[in-house]
Design a protein around this ligand. Structure first.
Ligand SMILES: [Zn+2]
Length: 224
């Protein structure tokens, strides 16, 4: 299950960059192809956000299966809603700009609320060990900076045609997203190590002596 949690995030990253590659390769074909593949590009973002949330919720609520399931459901429901909306033809129309902003904000919130909830329950330090909040924040800051640079069209808005080949906002955004994925990967591996080290220590402690022979508890206590 722990490997599956890591795999979900890696799968999200792989799908995201595959869809992005399809967009960048095919976008110049025709207007229709541009519109469709651009929707796929956005869908990739939805999938990678979903993968980030599901994996960090797994480690953040490792011992609380109810909360884990609840936040998985919230993340999945908002991702599916966002995905369906992304693929509808209304998606790109200016009239839907606010709705677009709303559904993507909801998806972002579905990633953040469990982190805040975890800090409220366990405190910053303990929750940081469980789900590597610092690296999760690294992912959030890098992605948010990338999205802002992209939305504000920096730097080409100040120097039109200068950054058409290299250094455009879209490229800067992609580089920051890659570093964001590295940050989250590091965080997930640290969380994985934390729980596995914990499991090792706990199972060593769970040795009891029963009438002269050493017996291990069948189930090691994995939780704090
Ligand atoms: Zn792109």
């Amino acid at each position: 299950m722990d490997i599956a949690a890591l795999g979900t995030f890696f799968m999200g990253v792989a799908v995201c960059f595959t869809l992005s590659t399809i967009f960048h390769t095919c976008a110049n074909h025709s207007k229709d192809v541009w519109i469709f593949t651009n929707q796929l590009d956005y869908l990739g973002i939805v999938i990678v956000i979903w993968g980030s949330s599901v994996s960090s919720d797994f480690f953040g609520f490792y011992c609380d299966k109810k909360l884990q399931l609840f936040y998985w459901t919230v993340a999945t429901a908002s991702a599916v809603g966002c995905g369906i909306f992304t693929l509808t033809s209304n998606f790109r129309s200016p009239a839907y700009r606010l709705v677009r902003f709303g559904v993507y904000s909801l998806l972002g919130l579905s990633a953040f609320v469990p982190v805040i909830h975890g800090i409220i329950i366990n405190g910053w330090q303990a929750q940081d060990q469980r789900m590597s909040i610092s690296y999760f924040l690294g992912l959030a800051v890098l992605n948010f900076t990338g999205a802002s640079i992209y939305a504000a069209r920096i730097p080409e808005r100040w120097y039109p045609r200068t950054f058409d080949l290299w250094g455009s906002s879209h490229q800067i955004m992609h580089v920051l997203v890659v570093y964001g994925a590295f940050s989250h990967t590091t965080g997930l591996i640290k969380a994985f190590d934390f729980w596995h080290a914990r499991r090792g220590i706990e199972s060593d402690l769970n040795v009891k002596i029963v009438i002269g022979k050493v017996t291990r508890f069948v189930q090691p206590a994995n939780c704090l």
